[in-house]
Design a protein around this ligand. Structure first.
Ligand SMILES: Nc1ncnc2c1ncn2[C@@H]1O[C@H](COP(=O)(O)OP(=O)(O)OP(=O)(O)O)[C@@H](O)[C@H]1O
Ligand SMILES: [Mg+2]
Length: 213
């Protein structure tokens, strides 16, 4: 499967989800390629750090691509890997469109904030356009950094559920320090110590959903 974490809002958790997804897929004996298609190079920096700190190897192959090379290279590489995870930047760029042209699963995290939700219509427009090029593209939304109290999650959930162009995955990921602690050490949330069982459980639920598509 080719997964792409996208969206047109910065900081929604695309790189966090992409790197954790690559790690967890590689832990189930899969040969995984992580493609960094963001010029901020978050996934590559994460992997660079991981290669210094992680005992026993990083677990996946990591490359950096930009523009139409994202499509061209992934088309060449897709038979060589079980899974490919593409991390793109939070803007409508050639790299993002190139990723969408080859992805099977387009995964859009949303923070439970109105500024983030307002981008939904623009994301839908891009998906509609890219489905002309890639009719098999399936788009999914989910809430990342969910609040632990208040009605924000529910409002965002109802809003996302109404949009049929993206299937809403009802497995929110809470705003949990384990994700940022893990990221800053080049580790996945399943690897970082101390273990946050709730963060691990939430992430596993999302992965179970994604891998059953
Ligand atoms: N569920 C979470 N709980 C706590 N912190 C999180 C969570 N998800 C992401 N973060 C933190 O939020 C920040 C932004 O996340 P990340 O870099 O993954 O976003 P992004 O969408 O890739 O951003 P960009 O648009 O800049 O590429 C990071 O510091 C990350 O550690
Ligand atoms: Mg990022």
């Amino acid at each position: 499967m080719i997964y792409s974490t996208d969206g047109i809002k910065g900081g929604s958790g695309k790189s966090t989800i992409a790197t954790n997804l690559a790690i967890i897929l590689s832990q189930s004996s899969k040969d995984v390629l992580l493609v960094d298609a963001d010029d901020q190079a978050t996934a590559s920096s994460f992997t660079g750090f991981r290669s210094k700190t992680k005992q026993g190897g990083i677990g996946y192959t990591s490359i950096q691509l930009a523009g139409k090379a994202v499509r061209e290279q992934i088309l060449r590489l897709k038979e060589k890997y079980d899974d490919i995870v593409i991390d793109v930047g939070g803007r409508d760029t050639t790299s993002q469109r190139a990723a969408m042209s080859v992805a099977g699963i387009f995964l859009v995290p949303f923070l439970p904030r109105s500024f983030d939700i307002w981008t939904l219509k623009s994301v839908v427009k891009i998906i509609e356009e890219m489905k002309i090029v890639n009719p098999t593209l399936k788009a999914y939304s989910f809430i990342n950094r969910a609040d632990f109290r208040g009605s924000d999650n529910k409002e965002v959930e109802d809003f996302l559920k109404e949009e049929k162009m993206l299937v809403f995955i009802d497995t929110p990921i809470g705003n949990r320090k384990a994700f940022s602690n893990a990221g800053s050490q080049g580790l996945g949330v399943t690897e970082v110590k101390p273990v946050d069982p709730k963060a691990v459980e939430e992430f596993h639920k999302l992965i179970t959903y994604l891998t059953s598509i």
